[in-house]
Design a protein around this ligand. Structure first.
Ligand code: GDP
Length: 296
């Protein structure tokens, strides 16, 4: 395991002790360590570059050059910049809508969308005392519809049937109508994913968004995707007004750099982290705690 960023910066700072003054070159050395730490955490390269440029601008002000403890001063700047990028604190699901509040789930196939839909249903039932309906618009994979049915039952929510011969838009409208009539508080709409971004998929989910007017449009992304998370996030952000992100598979051994990448690219808050395959494996995302994990 590589040593943590603060250890590395402290080591550099120690070498500098006794020097009359800190130079721009010394700051560059420290920034190189920050860059390495971010890349090791799998933050995407363009995001790392932007981040380092912002930190550099601040570091070359008097804050670091004039400091008695430049390593600590730089760590301070890096931490503040990370917090500013990641957003501070936690943000739960927004349900401020005429019931049923519709939550649209977007993301690639395999990202954990269906599992997360059930996890969210469970969260909303247990923590927010809501009556929750789920529906799947994934008419391309009958197994996905069945999967949602199974996990919805495990979550203690209700499931609205759909079949592969229906159009996603018709399914969504029927589910919304049912949710209204039966006084559901929340309708969770699981959508079809693809293995990679494609235009037909984006068109379909845009149509669903226009018809359903969701109060939350959540982008579900696999934290283990690392560098690729950026391209996926870009495509979904261009297609949809995302209101939040769910980062899944955070129990994997990634340092979670995808969080920083996706947050910077979409500007949307990370609302939840998936931390296991089980339905109780969903945590409200804590940006500050996560910033520490990225830096190691
Ligand atoms: P979908 O294709 O986007 O609907 O993805 P699924 O919900 O079917 O999930 C794909 C795989 O990832 C399944 O094997 C899930 O059990 C697994 N999975 C989903 N979320 C998590 C998570 O937070 N942690 C772990 N370890 N596995 C997850």
């Amino acid at each position: 395991m590589a040593s943590s960023l603060s250890e590395r910066l402290s080591r550099l700072a120690k070498e500098l002790r006794g020097q009359a003054r800190i130079t721009e070159g010394n700051v560059q050395d420290m920034l190189r360590e920050v860059r390495m730490a971010l890349l090791e955490a799998d933050v995407a390269l363009p995001v790392v570059r932007d981040f380092i440029a912002r930190v550099k601008e601040k570091a070359l002000g008097q804050e670091v050059l004039g400091s008695l403890s430049p390593g600590q001063a730089l760590i301070g700047i890096v931490n503040r910049e990370l917090a500013a990028t990641m957003g501070e604190g936690v943000s739960d699901i927004n349900l401020h809508a005429q019931p049923p509040a519709v939550i649209l789930m977007a993301g690639l196939q395999g990202s954990g969308k269906t599992t997360t839909t059930a996890k969210l249903a469970k969260h909303l039932i247990e923590k927010r005392k809501k009556k929750v309906l789920t529906v799947s618009g994934d008419v391309y994979r009958p197994a996905a519809i069945e999967q949602l049915k199974t996990v919805t039952a495990q979550a203690g929510a209700e499931w609205f049937p759909s079949t592969p011969d229906q159009k996603p838009l018709d399914i969504a409208r029927a589910a919304l109508d049912h949710a209204r009539r039966q006084y559901f508080d929340v309708l969770l709409v699981d959508t079809a994913g693809r293995l990679a971004i494609d235009e037909a998929l984006m068109r379909e989910i845009r149509e669903l968004h226009a018809a359903l007017k969701p109060v939350e449009t959540l982008f579900v992304v696999d934290a283990m995707q690392g560098q690729d998370a950026v391209n996926t996030a870009k495509a979904f952000k261009e297609a949809l007004p995302l209101t939040g992100i769910v980062l899944t598979k955070m129990d994997g051994d990634s340092r979670g750099g995808a969080a920083l990448s996706v947050r910077q690219i979409t500007g949307a808050p990370i609302k939840f982290a998936g931390v296991s395959e089980k339905l109780d494996g969903l945590e409200v995302f804590d940006a500050e705690r996560h910033a520490g994990r990225i830096l190691g």
